[in-house]
Design a protein around this ligand. Structure first.
Ligand code: ATP
Length: 199
């Protein structure tokens, strides 16, 4: 499994559709200051479901949509597609390539797709978390983040390691199951109250 390509369209400084293709191994993106290198990393975080405008170095979520330049008007939507090579089957889906698309309109509406089929953010997160990929799984290490990991308290450092090891998804599933159980217990209590009243 490796990141095969990234297509940006209307995302930050990438007004026209731009595809970056990657090979297995190390890739370096070089360019002058302000040419859009960090925007590429922001696009990866965004397509994986980042919800915080600040984490994407903006003030509000619409700031990811191309805002226009002197020669080019602003666009109405941003779209990013990330394609992962899945020939080793690390992502539990029957495709040798997995494409995740996120789209956002100026109205604030957004949508996600897995291999061209509309889905929810939760479906994207569920699918990728099985392969250890996700917004919160430290697949992206931002500038200054290394320092915070090195200086973290032991319990925080343990949390980072647990997340990277894939424990997070099980914790989330457990929390979800516990919430469902709580809801179910509430229903059962209500049912037994009603039964008692009817007796
Ligand atoms: P550095 O080497 O200085 O860190 P960089 O190559 O990482 O720079 P980025 O921070 O990725 O550069 O890109 C900054 C550029 O992106 C700026 O010129 C900024 O105007 C442009 N930009 C950011 N958001 C938008 C947007 N919504 N619409 C148009 N351009 C944008």
């Amino acid at each position: 499994m490796y990141l095969k390509s990234l297509t940006l369209k209307g995302f930050k400084s990438f007004a026209s559709a731009t595809t970056l293709r990657f090979e297995p191994g190390i890739t370096c993106v070089v360019g002058p200051n302000g040419s859009g290198k960090s925007n590429v990393v922001d696009a990866i975080a965004w397509v994986l479901g980042e919800q915080g405008a600040k984490s994407l170095r903006g003030g509000k979520m619409e700031d990811v949509i191309f805002a226009g330049t002197t020669g080019r008007p602003a666009l109405g939507r941003a779209e990013v597609t990330l394609t992962i090579d899945n020939s080793d089957g690390a992502i539990p889906i029957d495709y040798s390539e997995v494409s995740i698309t996120r789209r956002m309109f100026r109205s604030g509406e957004g949508e996600y797709e897995i291999n061209g089929d509309r889905c929810r953010l939760l479906d994207v997160q569920d699918l990728l978390s099985d392969a250890g990929i996700g917004r919160e799984m430290h697949v992206l290490v931002g500038q200054g983040k290394l320092d915070s990991y090195l200086h973290a308290r032991p319990e925080d450092r343990r949390a980072f390691i647990e997340e990277a090891a894939g424990v997070l998804k099980h914790r989330k599933r457990k929390e979800k199951a516990l919430r469902k159980l709580e809801g179910m217990q509430g229903n059962l209590d209500r049912l037994s109250d009603l039964t008692a009243e009817l007796r």
